[in-house]
Design a protein around this ligand. Structure first.
Ligand SMILES: [Mg+2]
Length: 381
């Protein structure tokens, strides 16, 4: 006997909107592979069904890391749209499979469209995205805030604010300036904020000739972990550095997807990985990555790009459904970096943790007035 289809899930996708936003930020941030200042580029995707149900997703590209906003916009508007409009929502997994294959790369665009489908199906089914991903295994996630301001005095002020908010995990972005600057900041953090758990992320910033020396020195400060000291393809050097230190070494830019992870495991380049939906292009794919990493004995961290609360929340649901992502998350930008978020409600940070919503879909309300206000390009149909 055929299984009856939920009439709401049998709705057709009536329209897809995609906006390119430029959102103001409150400071310069320097990383090993590039700097960000003034504004960040993100895309917002909105799917609407024939009965008026909606789902939202975000693409958070960074040109030096994952790709450009313009490429993501074209991927969604030109290449994915024809495979989405007019399709039954009940076929959403098949639609996503086609969207993954219809354009190469553009993982942020794929993450945005998948997020919008999860949000939409969640609203139609009454389930949260974490429930759709397999079930909630954690209701709150420890928050880490990154320190990347070349003006370290400004980061000290940020640390005071974090301390007052009971956020006690920080990730120091290193390798964009001198070794002395990195060591000085680590020493000041240890002295002024002894309760902080400090992690160090080089964002590929170290030259191979000096990487071993600089990482060894940083490891002597006993940070919680050290992340991606050298360029993504330098697997042999990552393995050499890992063997030279007694601090866990995490791979970020070296591991975007399952193929990278299997190679990383084979070549023993790291003790853990930073998982980002903007790298995998998928919430469910990110959960799968964490399962394979854990099976190989690696630890997992919930990373992000330059995002609003919308993309943060997709990551929150993904981590909430992934038991092996145990090192917390870095969804700090909605509260601590953007001049204004695009969600109507404040991003839910409480006592140093991000709270996992229990309401259907992503559990967020997107402020469309802000989306229109900050939009520099919009396509609908
Ligand atoms: Mg990183």
């Amino acid at each position: 006997m055929p299984v009856p289809v939920n009439p709401i899930l049998d709705d057709k996708i009536a329209s897809l909107d995609v906006w390119h936003l430029k959102l103001p930020v409150n400071s310069v941030r320097d990383h090993g592979i590039g700097a960000v200042s003034d504004k960040i580029d993100i895309l917002v995707v909105k799917l609407t069904t024939s009965s008026g149900a909606v789902g939202y997703g975000e693409a958070s590209p960074w040109s030096v890391f994952t790709g450009t906003a313009e490429a993501s916009f074209a991927a969604i508007d030109r290449y994915m749209r024809p495979h989405i409009i007019g399709c039954h929502l009940s076929n959403w997994r098949s639609i996503l499979a086609v969207c993954r294959d219809c354009v190469a790369h553009c993982t942020e665009a794929k993450a945005a469209v998948e997020t919008a489908f999860y949000d939409l199906v969640g609203h139609c089914s009454g389930l949260s995205v974490a429930m759709l991903l397999g079930g909630v295994v954690k209701t709150k996630i420890p928050l880490s805030c990154s320190l990347a301001n070349p003006d370290f005095d400004a980061d000290i002020e940020l640390c005071k604010r974090l301390s007052q908010d009971n956020v006690n995990i920080v990730k120091l972005k290193a390798g964009f300036s001198t070794h002395a600057f990195d060591m000085m900041r680590l020493e000041v953090l240890a002295k002024e904020f002894p309760d902080f758990k400090v992690r160090v992320d080089f964002n590929q910033g170290l030259h191979p000739d000096e990487a071993l020396m600089r990482v060894r020195d940083v490891a002597s400060m006993q940070p919680d972990f050290i992340e991606q000291p050298v360029k993504a393809p330098l697997f042999s050097l990552m393995a050499e550095i890992r063997n030279a230190i007694d601090i866990p070494l995490l791979a970020d830019e070296s591991v975007f997807n399952m193929h990278d992870l299997l190679r990383a495991i084979d070549q023993k380049i790291c003790d853990g990985i930073s998982i980002k939906i903007m790298k995998t292009g998928s919430l469910s794919g990110s959960c799968q990555l964490s399962e394979v990493a854990a099976a190989a004995g690696l630890v997992c961290y919930g990373g992000d790009m330059f995002e609003t609360g919308l993309a943060h929340m997709a990551g929150v649901h993904m981590i909430a459904a992934a038991p092996h992502i145990t090192l917390g998350c870095e969804f700090y930008q909605a509260k601590y970096y953007l001049e204004t978020d695009i969600l109507e409600n404040p991003f839910p940070i409480e006592d140093g943790h991000v709270l996992v919503p229990e309401t259907p879909g992503l559990g967020v309300v997107v402020d469309e007035n802000k989306v229109h206000h900050y939009s520099i390009n919009h396509s609908t149909g």
